[in-house]
Design a protein around this ligand. Structure first.
Ligand code: PGA
Length: 258
């Protein structure tokens, strides 16, 4: 039996390895202004070095997350940044397992489950990214891949500990390609996410967790995607670098009926 809950829309701006210090600060200010008064949880994810400048522009309507955190707590881990450090400087969230890290840097579900543990201990909202490659989709394995990634990345975490979890469904073939999943395809994948969460935990948990879509979301297609009851918002790369486009995406998420 489905439990109807109201989920606040979530919109993330993943700035990846872009911008300058001044550009990040300016984009942070205009994004915060765009989020003001909207019924949206808006989080921007700047490059690590621009976190302090972005955090300086944070408001009650926009908080700041990291693009990654270490799976370790502290010590001899050159180049890594711990979840506790991110929390210490004012971050509210962190991406976990973005496909550019899973596929580009070989991050495994076993590593990601440790990163989620560190994020939760530090009080950061984990935004866990899952999604299939084009070859996996063409082989009819999209849903199996999503399920395997969720089971692997969430292994060992209890439903209570994961209360803040956000899952971003990001088909790899749609990221940065201009090729968006259709609202139907995205909604179907989101049902797979919820079905998996329900089987791992409970129906209540699966209905409460936010599941957002990422992959070439833009100012034009956002409203159609967010019109689906399964899609609680978006994780936006390229279009989040344009303040006007991202403002339109925030507005589309905010006017979503839930
Ligand atoms: P994109 O990136 O919107 O540029 O496709 C999305 C993401 O990687 O989160």
């Amino acid at each position: 039996m489905a439990i109807r809950v109201s989920r606040t829309p979530f919109v993330g701006g993943n700035w990846k390895m872009n911008l300058t210090r001044a550009g990040a600060a300016e984009l942070a200010r205009s994004t915060a202004a765009a989020a003001a008064g909207r019924r949206v949880e808006c989080v921007v994810f700047p490059p690590f070095v621009y976190l302090p400048d972005t955090i300086a522009a944070r408001t009650a309507d926009m908080c700041v997350g990291a693009q990654d955190c270490s799976a370790e707590t502290q010590g001899a881990f050159t180049g890594q940044v711990s979840a506790a450090m991110l929390r210490d400087i004012g971050c509210c969230a962190t991406l976990i397992g973005h496909s550019e890290r899973r596929h580009g840097l070989g991050e495994t579900d076993a590593l990601l489950t440790k990163k989620i543990a560190r994020a939760l201990e530090a009080g950061l909202t984990p935004v866990l990214c899952v999604g299939e490659t084009l070859a996996e989709r063409d082989a009819g394995r999209a849903h199996a891949v999503i399920e395997t990634q969720l089971r692997g990345s969430l292994a060992g975490h209890s439903e209570d500990a994961l209360a803040t979890l956000v899952v971003a469904y990001e088909p790899v073939w749609a990221i940065g390609t201009g090729r968006t999943a259709t609202p139907d395809d995205a909604a179907e994948a989101h049902r797979t996410v919820r079905k998996t969460l329900a089987s791992m935990y409970s129906v209540r948990f699966s209905e409460q967790a936010r599941v957002i879509y990422g992959g070439s979301v833009n100012a034009k297609n956002a409203a159609d995607l967010f019109a689906r009851e399964e899609i609680d918002g978006g994780l936006v790369g390229g279009a989040s670098l344009n303040a006007t486009d991202f403002a339109a995406i925030i507005a589309a998420a905010s006017s979503r009926r839930t």
